[in-house]
Design a protein around this ligand. Structure first.
Ligand code: PLP
Length: 346
């Protein structure tokens, strides 16, 4: 049987034997009662790591974003974000369902909008309008192909948020990818935002879990809404132990994922029927388009799948590839061979 090269998402990683050992050894308690020592250690470490007063461990990145939104928005409020944003497109309509908030969307290049674009959408104080409450930036931006926010652009949004008394939240599901790609510390970004979320279950390779961090008043509200949304967990230290292990061992590895993504993008750029600009590949996500004369993205992905190379069609002609911890360079080379065979056969 040929080995599967699973490039569907960086969420498909499985805990390594060493991570499983850390999970097995974790000290635990009842976190709903506040006495899981491993969860507490993770939350304290993440608050310091992200430069915030407090942090809260949650089951998923979606819950991190949704408790953050609920903590700052009242029904009828409006959120400004890019049209690609995860919290709008891929969290089941959460902002509307859970917070009663509507979203005003921007078309930023690869998900990266400018401070001026955001400021132009802020509503004047007038009974006719919804109350603009929150701006969300997604770093890296998933649908934008893992694009990285320039720090100055986030700083510019900070100035806008201050002028209009808005909350600025960073969906940093892949914040560490942005930091590794640019040689930055998380606080280089997070000092400009009020709150931030980050996933352990993507490129960092943990099985479950995300963090949300911000000021103490905000995390207190997130804590309340985590309970309300059903995300309070009991002996969650076994999950926090995996997150701590990931922080200690899997951050530097992201640079390899980025090099693998770049290698793949450069190989694909030379193939007939595919469209991709490898210079846009900044982190671990590669998005390319199939020439419509060669069929749909779904057909193309199906042909790759038959040969053991898995990826997701994310649009009629668009395919997304994500590199991660469980795809070594040799598997990338195998994927490239399969791409060549399919593109040249057509
Ligand atoms: C994956 C992801 C999330 C959270 O996803 P979960 O599957 O709920 O953990 C949030 N934001 C972005 C940008 C993501 O890519």
């Amino acid at each position: 049987m040929t080995e599967i090269v699973d490039l569907r998402s960086d969420t498909v990683t499985r805990p390594s034997p060493a991570m499983r050992a850390a999970i097995a050894a974790a000290e635990v308690g009842d976190d709903v009662l506040g006495d899981d020592p491993t969860v507490n250690r993770l939350q304290e470490r993440m608050a310091a790591f992200l430069g915030k007063e407090a942090a809260l461990f949650v089951p998923s990145g979606s819950m991190a974003n949704q408790v953050a939104i609920r903590s700052v928005c009242e029904p009828g409020d409006e959120i400004i974000a890019d049209e690609t944003t995860h919290s709008y497109n891929f969290e089941g309509g959460g902002p509307a369902a859970l917070s009663g908030a509507s979203m005003r969307l921007i078309e930023g290049p690869r998900g990266l909008f400018t401070p001026a674009q955001a400021e132009a959408l802020i509503r004047p104080d007038n009974v006719h309008y919804p109350h603009t409450r929150l701006i969300i930036v997604e770093n890296t931006n998933n649908r934008g192909g893992g694009s990285v926010w320039p720090v100055e652009q986030v700083a510019g949004l900070r100035a806008v948020a201050d002028r209009h008394k808005l909350h600025l939240h960073m969906d940093g599901a892949r914040l560490m990818n942005a930091c590794v790609a640019r040689g930055l510390k998380p606080t280089d970004y997070t000092r400009h935002v009020d709150s931030v979320s980050m996933c352990f279950s993507k490129g960092l390779g943990a099985p479950v879990g995300s963090i949300v961090a911000g000021p103490a008043w905000f995390i207190k509200r997130c804590h309340r809404f985590r309970k309300m949304f059903g995300g309070a967990m009991r002996q969650a230290g076994i999950l926090a132990a995996a997150a701590l292990y990931a922080l200690d061992h899997n951050v530097e590895h992201l640079a390899e994922d980025h090099a693998n993504a770049r290698r793949l993008a450069e190989a694909l750029a030379g193939l007939p029927g595919l469209r991709i600009d490898p210079t846009t590949v900044e982190t671990n996500i590669v998005i390319f388009e199939i020439d419509p004369q060669r069929g749909s993205a779904a057909d193309f992905a199906a042909k790759l799948h038959e040969r053991g190379v898995w990826m997701l069609a994310t649009g009629p002609q668009k395919v997304r590839v994500v590199t991660h911890l469980d795809v070594p360079r040799a598997q990338i080379e195998r994927a490239i061979t399969v791409f060549r065979e399919i593109c040249r056969a057509a």
